[in-house]
Design a protein around this ligand. Structure first.
Ligand code: SAH
Length: 284
């Protein structure tokens, strides 16, 4: 991949507001957790938390909660990587919407492969490239200021593509067309996302509040499968992770790094208007 930036990375007013959001974002919920071991995530956690973090000395309680939230977020990325299938050191992967780069760094660490991450936030791209440099993996893990709808990557160059909580920022048909294009035949796409529940009709108030908070556009569950089918991506695994992410949100609500969006997430998940889904599909 060349390092020149194609023109028109930001094509719409919507994309410019998303980029502005991530360029300005300095939330402690992301930075303080990332500082623990220099893996910076912009996604949520999975699994049960250790209840002992809430007990014990009051003066270190918040630190314990923050370390536990970070452990759950790293566990989430591990679950995603578990579903990428066999990846060899010679393979190349795409992290579409790569944030500050944590999942890409983990993928390289696990598989020894090359990873290209794309984000429409120049700030994040610089931050993530600095992480790759300081870890000595910049020859294999590279981040680019690119639009995931037009990555500039070679056709059929990727063993796997993933999106970790980024598809709510794009049109699914356009995004999956691009992922399908860059995947090798038999290559794998893995998505972790929040989606609204069509069974309950139009989006709930809680889901609308999440959209407003992040300047995103949460898609209904049905849209994912229509857009996959329309782009030769055939699901092999669908896992409802909702029950597994609720403890993370309950713990986060108890922490000093809560951002105020915890209640809408917990309400949406518990009322059933929103799911946390993992989707795995193969390119045919
Ligand atoms: N996947 C990362 C970051 C998730 S946050 C993680 O798990 O940590 C959402 C990310 O999507 C941000 O990095 C944002 O810049 C990116 N994004 C949103 N729209 C995009 C687009 N059209 N093209 C590329 N990246 C996009």
């Amino acid at each position: 991949m060349t390092t020149t930036t194609p023109p028109n990375v930001l094509r719409t007013a919507f994309q410019r507001s998303v980029a502005n959001y991530w360029n300005a974002e300095r939330d402690p919920v992301n930075l303080r957790l990332g500082e623990i071991d220099d893996l910076y995530h912009h996604h949520y956690g999975l699994g049960a938390y250790d209840p002992s973090v809430l007990a014990g000395p009051e003066d270190t309680r918040d630190e314990r909660i923050i370390a536990e939230l970070h452990r759950l977020e790293t566990a989430q990325a591990d679950v995603l990587l578990d579903h990428l299938g066999a990846v060899a050191p010679a393979d190349r992967l795409l992290d579409a919407g790569s944030g500050r780069g944590g999942s890409s760094i983990m993928a390289n660490r696990r598989f020894g492969c090359e990873v290209d991450g794309v984000s429409i936030s120049e700030y994040q791209v610089d931050f993530a490239n600095e992480q790759a440099r300081s870890r000595g993996v910049a020859d294999k893990v590279r981040f680019h200021f690119r639009n995931m709808l037009d990555t500039g990557l070679e056709t059929a160059s990727r063993r796997a593509v993933w999106t970790n909580e980024t598809t709510m920022y794009v049109d699914l048909v356009e995004a999956f067309a691009e992922f399908s294009r860059v995947l090798v035949p038999g290559g794998r796409y893995v998505c972790i996302t929040g989606c609204s529940n069509d069974v309950m009709g139009l989006r709930s108030k809680a889901v609308s509040r999440i959209d407003e908070h992040y300047t995103c556009n949460i898609h209904p569950r049905s849209q994912y499968f229509k857009a996959l089918a329309a782009n030769n991506l055939v699901p092999i695994n669908v896992v409802d992770l909702t029950a597994d992410t609720i403890p993370y949100w309950e713990l986060r609500a108890e922490s000093s790094v809560a951002t105020g969006i915890e209640d809408p997430f917990l309400t949406a998940y518990k009322e059933g208007s929103f799911h946390y889904l993992l989707i795995v599909a193969d390119k045919i």
